[in-house]
Design a binder for this molecule. Structure first.
Ligand SMILES: [Zn+2]
Length: 250
C-alpha cells in the first residue's frame, strides 16, 4: 500500500493520465475534509444546511452564516502543497489528459495547473452566481460587501439571492463540465483517483467509465474506497508524499 519501487511500466509509461482529486489532496494545505471521519459535516450535521440549496434559498440566517463561512475560508489564505505541484509536473511532462476535481478551493490553478486542463466538478469558491438571473461575479467583491455591512448581499442586476459558484446539495452538476469529464475518463490510459472516497456519484462513476475503456486505475487515499478491488494499484501513503514519487518523470 506504499508507492512501489520501481514504478510499474504501465504507470511511468502512461501518456494520457486522467486525475480525479478530492478533499484529501487539500487537507495537507489545511483545508478541512468535510465528509471524512473527522469531517466538519460529520461532526456538525447542521453545518451542511449552509450548502444545501433549499435551506439556503429559504432562510436569510443560513445565508448570513454561509457568507461568514466563505469569509473565514478566504482569510485562511491556504497554499497548494507538493501533491498539487506533482500534478503540475505531470502536465509539464505532457502526460496529463485532464485534471478533474471535486474540490472548490482553486488550489490546482494556484499551484500552476493550466485553467483549461482543470475541470471543477463541484464549481469554485472564487466566484458567485445569482440564483435568479445567473449573473456571475467575483467572490472577493461579494465578501467586500459583507465586510461593508451587507450580511446577505443581493444581485446588483436583478436583486436575486447570490451564492458561491459551488454545487450545493440539491443542485445538479454543470452538464458541460460533466460531459468533458466523461470524455476525459473515456480517453485516458491511467485513471488516478487521489484523496477521494469515491463515494459521491457521478464523480465516482468516472472510474467505471475509465475501466470500461481499458484504463488502469490507481487509488491514492488514506481510507479504503469502494474501487480498491478493481484498482491496479492502491496507495495509502499521505498524498503530498505519494504523488511526487508516483508521477516522477520516467
Ligand atoms: Zn441576478
Amino acid at each position: 500500500m506504499t508507492v512501489p519501487e520501481p514504478l510499474p511500466g504501465w504507470l511511468c509509461g502512461a501518456q494520457r493520465v486522467c486525475a480525479l482529486t478530492g478533499a484529501g489532496i487539500s487537507t495537507d494545505s489545511g483545508i478541512p475534509d468535510y465528509r471524512g471521519p473527522q469531517g466538519v459535516w460529520t461532526r456538525d450535521p447542521d453545518a451542511e444546511k449552509l450548502v444545501t440549496l433549499s435551506w439556503y434559498l429559504a432562510d436569510p440566517e443560513i445565508r448570513r452564516r454561509s457568507w461568514l463561512m466563505r469569509r473565514d475560508l478566504q482569510e485562511a489564505a491556504v497554499r497548494p502543497n507538493a501533491g498539487h505541484a506533482a500534478l503540475v509536473g505531470l502536465e509539464r511532462q505532457g502526460r496529463l489528459r485532464a485534471l478533474l476535481t471535486q474540490n472548490i478551493d482553486g488550489l490546482h490553478q494556484a499551484a500552476g495547473s493550466a485553467p483549461g486542463i482543470v475541470l471543477e466538478l463541484h464549481g469554485t469558491v472564487h466566484a458567485v452566481d445569482c440564483t435568479d438571473c445567473g449573473e456571475r461575479t467575483r467572490m472577493d467583491d461579494a465578501l467586500a460587501r459583507v465586510a461593508a455591512g451587507e450580511p446577505d448581499p443581493a444581485c446588483r442586476v436583478c436583486g436575486g439571492v447570490l451564492k458561491s459558484a459551488t454545487v450545493y446539495f440539491g443542485q445538479a452538476l454543470d452538464a458541460g463540465v460533466l460531459d468533458a469529464a466523461v470524455d476525459a475518463a473515456a480517453d485516458c490510459d491511467v485513471f488516478l483517483a487521489v484523496g477521494t472516497s469515491l463515494a459521491v456519484h457521478p464523480a465516482a462513476g468516472l472510474v467505471d467509465v475509465a475501466v470500461a475503456h481499458g484504463a488502469r486505475v490507481v487509488v491514492v487515499n488514506a481510507e479504503p474506497t469502494p474501487y480498491d478491488g478493481l484498482a491496479d494499484l492502491v496507495v495509502r501513503t499521505p498524498i503530498s508524499q505519494a504523488l511526487p514519487s508516483l508521477l516522477a518523470p520516467a
